[in-house]
Design a protein around this ligand. Structure first.
Ligand code: MG
Length: 161
């Protein structure tokens, strides 16, 4: 059995008139969402890059280019599902995911369990195997100025041989 890990990072800028979607969950009553070619789900994007990294399959921009109209406003959970399919084609099974969302506002912790459940269902894990953490940037930098948010992730995968 071989086991590998990969890291992921993503950031997106806040924009008016967009829903705020994180880990596939639309945060109710969010004043602003994130801007991007897809639904700009920064958490799911970091997880996708972590999974691709673990399997040695490149990065999200390579698989889902932001110049491709097919991915305009794309549901990032659907992209995550596609990535799990790529991994599976290469014999990799997802074992564990962990992520940190760095965001000064709004408060996201009330939505943690729903994010874990949604992400776990897509990757074929239990919610306990998909950890999601939240931290602020203590008012520092672009996150502290509430211009945007970022996410970090690590994925562990394994396969026979
Ligand atoms: Mg992104």
């Amino acid at each position: 059995m071989s086991s590998r890990s990969g890291i992921g990072y993503d950031s997106h800028r806040f924009a008016e008139g967009r829903p705020l979607i994180l880990g596939g969950v639309e945060i109710p009553n969010a004043e602003r969402g994130l801007t991007g070619h897809s639904d700009a789900d920064v958490l799911t994007h970091a997880l996708i890059d972590a999974l691709l990294g673990a399997a040695g399959l490149g990065d999200i921009g390579q698989h889902f280019p932001d110049t491709d109209e097919r991915y305009r406003d794309a549901d990032s959970l659907a992209l995550l599902g596609e990535v799990c399919g790529f991994l599976s084609e290469h014999g990799w099974a997802v074992v564990h995911l962990d992520a940190t969302v760095i965001c000064d506002a709004p408060k996201l912790a009330p939505h943690r369990d729903e994010m874990r459940s949604k992400l776990a269902a897509v990757v074929g894990l239990q919610p306990l195997e998909v950890n999601v953490k939240f931290t602020t940037n203590e008012g520092l930098g672009f996150i502290g100025r509430e211009e945007g948010m970022a996410a970090l992730a690590i994925a562990t995968v394994d396969r026979d041989g």
